[in-house]
Each structure stands twice: as C-alpha cells, then as structure tokens.
Design a protein around this ligand. Sequence first.
Ligand code: DC
Length: 222
Amino acid sequence: MSITIVTLDGPAGVGKTTVARELADRLEIAYLDTGAMFRAIALTLGEGSWELPVDKLVPELNRLDFDLEGVGRHSALLLNGFPLSEDIRSEQVGLWASHLGRIPVIRDFLRRNQQAIGQVTPLVAEGRDMGSVVFPDAKYKFFLDASIEIRAKRRFDQLKEMGMLEDLESIQARIRIRDDQDRNRSIAPLRPAPDAVVIDTGLLDAQGVLEEVLGHIAKKNI
Ligand code: DC
C-alpha cells in the first residue's frame, strides 16, 4: 500500500502552516514545511545567491542535507543535522526564498529531497507545488486561498507573536511581489492541482479550515 500523503498548498500568509501542523497532529503523521526548506537555503546562501550561475549553485546545494524527524506538531526539519534557525521566518528571507524558488536546480534539488522523505514517511506536505508537482499521486490534496489584505494582516499578527515587528504596508507589498513571482514562474507555478479541493479561508479561522479539511478526508474514506 502506498504511503499516505496529504498536500496543502497556497499563497503566502494564507494560514497553511497553522492548519498543516494541527492536521498532522490529528492524523498522527509528520509535517513537512517545504517553505522552510526554501527559506533555509536562502538564509544559508545569503542575499543575491539567486544571481549565482548554476555551476556555483550546484556545489553549494550538494553540501546541504535535509532530514525530517518526529510526528505532528513535534515534526522538525534538520539541515545538516541541526534544527533550522528562527531567522528563516522573517519576511525578508521569505522574499529571498521566493527568488530562489524560480531557479530550476533549486527546485529539482528540493523536489528530490521532498520525494525521498515522502517515500518513507506518511506526511502532511505544505508548500506551493506539493499537489501539482512533488506528490501528484497524493490521496488528499487541498489548496487554501484568501485575499491579499487578509493574508497580510494574518502574517502581521503571526510575526508580531514571534516578536518580529514589521509594518502592515511593507508586509503587503512583499506578499504582492511573492504572489506575482510564485504564480508566474515558468516551473511549478503556484496553482491548485486539478484534483485539489480549494478552500477560501477568508471567512474561516484556522479551526474552521482544519474541520473542513478533516471532513473531506473522512468523506473520501467512507
Ligand atoms: O510558505 P513560505 O512562505 O514559507 O515559502 C517561502 C517561499 O518559498 C515562497 O514565497 C516560494 C518558495 N516556495 C516554493 O517555491 N515552493 C514551495 N513548495 C514552498 C515554498
């Protein structure tokens, strides 16, 4: 029997992380935050790394080794054996990650890593292209969406909670750039897989989204 994979995709600030973590907890499987992988590479390689030629990028990537440990909310991504730094969570690193996400060798490298993890571990996989490209055969696929105003406000509250104060307008401006870049890149652009359930999270809180996702999973299993 193939391993259970639940994919959860959507744009920046839509609330995927909260829902994915809770969902993994309820299903008692691991949670894979693929945005954190792009962010960790961005923080490791630094500003401007998206302008490096491919022959300089590849040896840098070959030095990186991702592992996933634990289950549910206790799932932890390790890079070369160490937990990821909280510094990956800033909006600036998110924007760098989006720049790197347009580069084919970076996407290929991470897709191979993500698929290798999914081959041995049941997962809730969160990102932009989990249902469309990385796990096209996943049994359960969800795509979350909401207006840019709602997403910017959610991201503002989330960053505030982590002690990272940023003003709402610049968060919205960065999200707009990321949206544009993530949706319009030539490989693995952000869009729902044809067989994904699309959920508008604008009128729902995280608990409401979680219940809706769990409802679809239960229905599919009847
Ligand atoms: O989900 P996030 O905000 O942590 O993701 C940061 C950036 O990484 C996002 O703007 C684009 C890139 N990304 C991607 O291209 N594909 C993924 N599966 C996950 C993230």
